[in-house]
Design a protein around this ligand. Structure first.
Ligand code: B12
Ligand code: SF4
Length: 336
């Protein structure tokens, strides 16, 4: 079987394993990976030691896995027809969309294992690893190389149909496969996501200072959120979606929840006063399993406390961002 035939079969097997997007990348470092050491050197990774301590492994996948030749990159869409996370009632906290359903690590990993078994059965014995989120892989760089999406200026991968509402994962393999072509840029001269970010975390196109990002502040920071970083957080208690909204407030016109949220449900209670248990054992009305994965109830509680104060003070969401270049004519928002 030729590398081209292997890649074609891999894409089909990935869709059969339940993914929405699939592509193949070479294991040699994509051009954008050159940016990673510089990003770390600027201190943009903050407390995320899993990034700084694995600098060399992340800067080139083949440092970690010298046998690697190809990656089968996959995407699982998690959007739902629900409203924006910041459209919650005034007394409720804001939880990012990706945390509404089951823990995506479990959902994507199970499908990746299925895909790995299918690949081995059809393409022959292979050395391989599967990863979603946690491995020493800058996933977006390889997924972009595999044509799953184009880099957005908010650093998320954008797809014409799915927006940026999809998780990434990959099977790293020693099989030679023909790589896909990257997608063309979708942003043009638009900078709406940079302007929409309420904390100024997007300091330039494609450059995120994570230490300013609400997602980092509400999920990754171990202690209290520094006072100097609290402005602009609003009622966010877990993650942030604002730079992904893409404009006018119309939700992507999807008839059903995406596969990544097939079992998704809205958090049963997102009311700020009762949401967060004082201790893990008291979790009666906790957010969904995805958010629980963090297992840092104290941390969530300390995010909630300032969020409560802000809700009491203002009770309003952020101003709606102006439509982004993708958001003005976004195919994923077309009504059927
Ligand atoms: C650490 C991390 C975070 C950190 C830092 C985010 C970041 N931008 O790096 C924090 C906690 C802030 C975070 C937040 C979120 N994350 Co996160 N995160 C990761 C993780 C674990 C590593 C990312 C990493 O290595 N960053 C390093 C820096 C250097 O990468 P970067 O900022 O993307 O920079 C790249 C580009 O700027 C590009 N680049 C540089 N210059 C130029 C110039 C041009 C012209 C171009 C085209 C590109 C380009 O090169 C850089 C890479 O070297 C990945 C999983 C993984 N293992 O990869 C998930 C991951 C990136 N996160 C994901 C998600 C869903 C989110 C959130 C949407 C969650 C939320 N709702 O709160 C937000 C989005 C915030 C944002 N605007 O990025 C998804 C992204 C899916 C997608 N479609 O893009 C991933 C892939 C997890 C997954 N498996 O699905 N995340
Ligand atoms: S996730 Fe929120 S805080 Fe982080 S870059 Fe996007 S808009 Fe800014």
């Amino acid at each position: 079987m030729t590398p081209g035939h292997r890649a074609a079969r891999a894409r089909i097997l990935a869709l059969e394993a339940g993914f929405d997007l699939a592509g193949v990348a070479s294991a040699s470092a994509p051009r954008e990976l050159g940016f990673f050491p510089e990003w770390i050197a600027h201190g943009y990774a903050g407390e995320m030691a899993y990034l700084t301590s694995q600098r060399d492994r992340r800067a080139d996948l083949q440092t970690a896995f010298p046998w690697a030749r190809s990656l089968v990159c996959v995407g699982l869409q998690y959007d739902t027809p629900g409203p924006y996370s910041t459209a919650a009632a005034p007394e409720r906290g804001w939880i990012a969309r990706y945390a509404w359903g089951d823990d995506y690590h479990d959902v994507v990993k199970a499908r990746l294992e299925d895909l790995r078994a299918r690949l081995a059965a059809e393409l022959g014995p292979m050395q391989s690893r599967v990863y979603v989120d946690t491995g020493p892989v800058v996933e977006r760089a390889y997924a972009a190389a595999a044509g799953l999406g184009a880099w957005g200026k908010n650093t998320c991968l954008l797809h014409p149909e799915h927006g940026s509402w999809f998780f990434l994962g990959e099977v790293i393999t020693d099989l030679e496969m023909e790589a896909d072509a990257p997608r063309a840029d979708m942003c043009g001269s638009c900078t709406a996501c940079l302007e929409a970010c309420p904390t100024g975390a997007l300091i330039a196109p494609y450059v995120l200072d994570a230490t300013r990002c609400i997602s980092y502040l509400t999920i990754e920071v171990k202690g209290a959120i520094p006072e100097s970083r609290r402005a602009g957080i609003g009622r966010h208690v877990f993650g942030c979606d604002i730079c992904q909204y893409g404009g006018s407030g119309v939700r992507p016109a999807r008839g059903a929840a995406g596969a990544g949220s097939r079992r998704a449900r809205l958090p049963r209670r997102r009311r700020l006063p009762s949401d967060v248990p004082e201790e893990p054992g008291q979790a009666r009305q906790a957010p969904g399993p995805a958010a629980q994965r963090v297992r840092r109830h104290r941390q969530l509680r300390r995010s909630v406390t300032p969020a409560r104060a802000r809700a009491a003070a203002r009770g309003r969401g952020p101003a709606r961002p102006r439509a982004c270049a993708v958001g003005t004519r976004p195919p994923w928002r077309r009504r059927p």
